[in-house]
Design a protein around this ligand. Structure first.
Ligand code: 13P
Length: 287
């Protein structure tokens, strides 16, 4: 059964490790992440962006697929199904569809509006026993070829949002979605320390987990990060393994064109990436 991310993240924060959120796109992705979490005996968060939800035909399909897999694969580790960077409307849809966790990304609103909308969702999530992630200070990233620098959150605004009763808080600390540019300045640990100082026990979330050097990941965890989101890195591993299969002409040998064979190396590559991240984040055997 799907669980809220609250308990796993409180334990992670107290135990100084982080739980990985791995974004899913389809059946292969979901199966690979769930199998690895079970094998590693690690809690896990399946992230679904609004775009990925649409791709899979809708949030209800995602809930049906994940619940079915949990049962058929006999998954016993804690799994949360989480909306990634949700709009207000997207959050309501996921609550209705049966997600166990949502993120409301109100970082582009003026702080008053972010507070007002987050407050409404806190009430809804409390009634349903769901976890809620809020965001302050937008996460940078590439959009239409323009790479925006990650913003740094205002620690006082973080405290204001944390005090509303959200489960976890994503604060921009110079992190970026996708690959990091050559001239990236690195994470702002000063900002992270200031946010942690004001928000206390609140599990903090680090977005843009792809490409952050290991020492920075470890330092971020030591400063209160308890959830780390990884998306692009699984996509890159999947694409590289699939390319290798095709370039080696394996799809042309025997029944190599069978999708169950064609997509297998990519799925194995996702597993390897997820395993590596769980080891780095320290969540192995923390189920
Ligand atoms: P990356 O794609 O950079 O790993 O970021 C993932 C993320 O933060 C999803 O919210």
């Amino acid at each position: 059964m799907l669980v809220s991310a609250k308990e796993m993240l409180e334990k992670a924060k107290a135990g100084k490790y982080a739980v990985g959120q791995f974004n899913i796109n389809n059946l292969e992705w979901t199966k690979a992440v769930l199998a690895t979490a079970q094998e590693m005996n690690s809690p896990v968060i399946l992230g679904v962006s609004e775009g990925a939800g649409k791709y899979m035909t809708g949030f209800k399909t995602v809930v049906g697929m994940v619940n079915g897999m949990m049962e058929e694969m006999k998954i016993t580790v804690p799994v949360a199904l989480h909306l990634d960077h949700g709009t207000y409307e997207g959050c309501l849809k996921c609550v209705e569809a049966g997600f166990s966790s949502i993120m409301f990304d109100g970082s582009h609103y003026p702080i008053e509006e972010n507070v007002a909308k987050t407050r409404e969702l806190v009430d809804i999530c409390e009634k349903k026993g769901m976890s809620l992630e809020a965001e302050v200070g937008s996460i940078g990233g590439e959009e239409d070829g323009v790479v925006g620098a990650g913003e740094c959150a205002d620690p006082k605004e973080c405290k204001e949002i944390a005090d509303l009763g959200v489960t976890m808080l994503a604060a921009g600390i110079g992190n970026i979605h996708g690959k990091y540019p050559e001239n990236w300045k690195g994470l702002s640990f000063e900002t992270l320390a200031a946010v942690q100082e004001l928000t206390g026990d609140m599990p903090l979330v680090l977005h843009g987990g792809t490409g952050i050097p290991e020492d920075m990941i470890k330092k971020a965890i030591s400063l209160g990060v308890a959830k780390i989101n990884v998306n692009t890195e699984c996509q890159l591993s999947f694409a590289a393994a699939t390319r290798e299969y095709i370039e080696a002409g394996k799809d042309l040998q025997g029944k190599g064109f069978d999708p169950r064979k064609l997509l297998a190396p990519g799925a194995e590559a996702i597993k390897a990436t997820v395993k590596e991240k769980m080891e780095l984040f320290g969540s192995v055997n923390k189920a």
